[in-house]
Write a protein that binds this ligand. Structure first.
Ligand code: C2E
Ligand code: MG
Ligand code: MG
Ligand code: MG
Length: 294
């Protein structure tokens, strides 16, 4: 806390706050520099990376697509997870540039993989979209430009949005999401169950996919899962099926969870059990194996 000393306006900062504020500012400045560089060099970044995590059909274990997740390979600090910089990017508005960079990078990569693995041409790419895009113009123009550049079919492209993101700006979110759906993008409700989970939102916005948050998938592990622990997932899956939505279980770490999810009719899953998020080269190797398994 900054405290005013009795005399004058001099402020005394305690060291920890000064350090935290300084760290935040440093991350913000670094990110800004990285996006400036990337935007000046046709998208390449020296430190930012996109990792890809497979999403599978639970009954056949066939690969369906990937979620794109940002990583920061810092020259001193090593690989930094999103939890350390995505919230700062949200606060400062830099998240708009961050998401655009991830979208451009991931879509170009999907386009390359589709050429390299023609048998896997129905693979999708799912990217996370911050609610900040609903507060600023330009998302639709940007998406149209990337579609034109990459010549991807939007039906292979999914956009993940959290409840919190739509609830902050429901009117503009509805307009923009409807426009995206008209273009053929699939809209996913991410981390379902952790936010407001107001059922009216499922109808008011054009969602086609529900991603069940891993906090509900976690209790399905273990050999003897009490029936009451499966009820939330069961209800979400039933709700999704009733509304004609597709369902993905997040954070699948154990085969017991897969068994439960299948018995509850949850069709898709994503988690460390199948694969952690991978860099581009490891994902290409994963695709070579997936193609051989066809
Ligand atoms: P999310 O969109 O819900 O992404 C799923 C997170 O769960 C990822 O964390 C993923 O690595 C992690 N995960 C996947 N399987 C498992 C599992 O079996 N067990 C556990 N414990 N975790 C698992 P990550 O990559 O650290 O990303 C965290 C969050 O940061 C994301 O949550 C998303 O909200 C945000 N984020 C990441 N990349 C982007 C981005 O490009 N744009 C935006 N706006 N947000 C992003
Ligand atoms: Mg997500
Ligand atoms: Mg999620
Ligand atoms: Mg999340």
């Amino acid at each position: 806390r900054a405290k005013s000393t009795g005399s004058g306006n001099q402020k005394i900062f305690d060291i920890s706050m000064h350090t935290a504020a300084f760290q935040q500012l440093k991350i913000e400045t670094d990110l800004r520099r990285l996006f400036d560089q990337a935007e000046a060099s046709t998208g390449n970044s020296s430190e930012l990376l996109v990792y890809y995590q497979p999403i599978l059909a639970l009954d056949t274990l066939v690969l369906q697509g990937f979620e794109a997740l940002i990583r920061w390979q810092h020259p001193q600090k090593g690989l930094i997870a999103p939890i350390e910089f995505v919230p700062i990017a949200e606060e400062t508005g830099l998240i708009v540039r961050l998401d655009r960079w991830v979208i451009t990078t991931a879509y170009r990569q999907l386009s390359l993989w589709q050429q390299q693995f023609p048998a896997l041409d129905s693979l999708f790419m799912s990217v996370n979209l911050s609610g900040k895009h609903f507060e600023r113009p330009g998302l639709l123009t940007f998406m149209d430009r990337v579609l034109e550049e990459t010549a991807l079919n939007p039906s292979n492209l999914k956009l993940e949005i959290t409840e919190t993101a739509v609830i902050k700006n429901p009117e503009s979110a509805a307009i923009i999401l409807n426009q995206l759906q008209l273009r053929g993008f699939q809209i996913c409700l991410d981390d379902f169950g952790t936010g407001y989970s107001s059922l009216s939102y499922l109808q008011a916005f054009p969602f086609q996919v529900i991603k069940i948050d891993r906090s509900f998938v976690h209790p399905l592990g273990g050999i003897l899962t009490p029936k009451n622990k499966t009820l939330i997932v069961k209800s979400i899956v039933n709700l999704g099926n009733t509304l004609g939505l597709s369902i993905v279980a997040e954070g699948v770490e154990q085969w017991e969870q897969v068994t439960h999810l299948k018995s509850l009719n949850c069709p898709y899953g994503q988690g460390y059990l199948f694969s952690k998020p991978m860099n581009t080269d490891d994902t290409t190797a994963f695709l070579i194996e997936a193609q051989q398994a066809l």
